[in-house]
Design a protein around this ligand. Structure first.
Ligand code: AMP
Length: 458
């Protein structure tokens, strides 16, 4: 997964992009980058780690009226600067810079085709095929060149692309990943989530529509929808876990979605004997509040999260992942001791986090631990941009509910149903991709998922 941000026609484009990326840091902590355009010159900075760790000297050298930026999400084994974005190359039509959120499912095949035509790739990212296809198009208008490049590309993409002096924004026809458009002093601003528009003081205008290509340059703003219409498949996991609760995505509030998930969870899997409810902060805060409200139980801050430690998935091995749970969380004994508690998390993937937390909560004196999950069981990998591990590592893909309960060490375990999850969405249950929960994959899974996962653009 990734965060993308872009602006054109603002003298502070670089500073705005940097600010915007700070608000999208939760969407990717592996690397960050910014490309800016000043006159005929495009310059870029990419570095590993957080945006705050980006060296300031090269960043200070970026100027111009147009900029795009990217925060990249970690996928084990692919942590290298070559895979940081935005990609910046020069081609016969001028410079091309690209920032991508999503995963292309036929990138392997497209890459082989391009290599046969003589293309030389500089990274293992799926996104790079779009750059090569853009360079090959002979269409006159930038938006038509992008349409040429994207025809036949399958999978998930929200894109920001600089092509010469044009800024292009595009979203795949199924609309898997969010992409919002706002405005600041007349300048169009694009961001994965609206929280990044808020930080720069921009006003939200609309979402880039599924299948839309939006172009902005000196000749004005243009929108085309060149692709065959497809069934909407917005990622339900964005609402469940990924996006920030202060964002609106897919036409609805993430906070409202999570509270509804929590309320529905309390209806489907009540914990009537419990004394209190707490969340696994931060991503399940809103769902836990919904659960507490619906059950009439007090909501407590019983787990404290250390904010200077990143998301657990960044750790590539199981041993370091286990240690990181303790590094990241601690329990408040004064709240928990002697109590029957409900612990709400938004999802269980491998089970590592839950198992570590249950140990902490029991050590703090909990009498009973009732685990409630505000999503359906994750039973399959995502090929569209979320870093879920292979099926073998997914606890819910390989165990019954009772086996999971015993293995996680809880007194009871309750998951939200698939229908309950979809019916909690602020825009209604339709138009969502839920492949990782249901196995209902909207496209052919990639022929070599391992390769795709280690080289994904998102
Ligand atoms: P696990 O320890 O593998 O069961 O991971 C579950 C925890 O990771 C939960 O607290 C989730 O909020 C969080 N989580 C779920 N999906 C992801 C993901 N794709 N990347 C990072 N963290 C995740």
């Amino acid at each position: 997964m990734c965060g993308i941000f872009g602006v054109r026609g603002h003298s502070d484009a670089v500073a705005l992009t940097k600010l915007g990326l700070f608000s999208l840091q939760h969407r990717g902590q592996e690397s960050a980058g910014i490309v800016s355009v000043e006159g005929e010159t495009a310059r870029g900075v990419r570095s590993m780690g957080l945006l705050a760790d980006m060296p300031s000297a090269p960043l200070d050298a970026l100027h111009g009226h147009m900029a795009i930026g990217h925060t990249r999400y970690s996928t084990a084994g692919s942590s290298s600067i070559e895979n940081a974005q935005p990609v910046l190359v020069s081609s016969r039509g001028g410079h091309i810079a690209l920032a991508h959120n999503g995963n292309l499912t036929n990138a392997g095949e497209l890459r082989v085709d391009l290599e046969e035509l003589g293309s030389i790739f500089a990274s293992s990212m799926d996104s790079e095929v779009i750059v090569h296809r853009l360079a090959r198009s002979t269409a006159a208008k930038p938006e038509d060149r992008l349409a040429d490049a994207l025809r036949g590309v399958e999978g998930a993409y929200s894109l920001l692309i600089v092509l010469g002096d044009t800024l292009l924004a595009a979203r795949d026809p199924r609309g898997w990943r969010p992409l919002a458009m706002g405005r600041l002093n007349g300048a169009p601003i694009f961001a994965s989530e609206t929280c990044a528009l808020d930080i720069v003081g921009a006003t939200y205008e609309r979402d880039i529509a599924p299948g839309e290509i939006f172009a902005v340059d000196l000749s004005g703003e243009r929108s085309i929808t060149p692709f065959e219409k497809k069934e909407l498949k917005r990622c339900v996991f964005e609402h469940v876990y990924f996006a920030r609760p202060d964002s609106r995505i897919f036409g609805g509030s993430v906070d409202r979605a999570r509270r509804a998930l929590g309320r529905r969870l309390a209806q489907e899997c009540p914990a009537s004997t419990a004394d209190l409810v707490f969340s696994v902060p931060d991503s399940s805060n809103s769902a836990a509040m919904g659960f507490a409200h619906e059950s009439g139980l007090p909501f407590e801050l019983a787990l404290i999260r250390n904010h200077y430690v990143g998301r657990t998935f960044i750790q590539p091995t199981q041993a370091t992942r286990d240690a990181k749970v303790r590094l990241k969380y601690n329990a408040v004994r004064e709240i928990i001791e002697g109590k029957s508690v409900v612990m709400v998390d938004d999802s269980i993937v491998r089970g590592t986090t839950t198992r570590g937390l249950v140990t902490l909560v029991r050590a703090a004196g909990a009498r009973e631990v009732h685990m409630r999950v505000s999503s359906a069981p994750v039973t399959g990998p995502c090929y569209y941009g979320i870093d879920t591990p292979s099926r073998e590592e997914l606890i819910a893909a390989n165990n019954t509910l009772e086996e999971m309960r015993a293995s996680l060490g809880v007194d009871s375990l309750g998951y939200l149903s698939l229908n309950g999850m979809l019916e909690s969405m602020p825009t209604g249950p339709d138009g969502f991709c839920h492949a990782c929960f249901s196995g209902d994959y909207p496209t052919q899974p990639p022929t070599d998922p391992a390769k795709l996962r280690s080289g994904c653009g998102s």
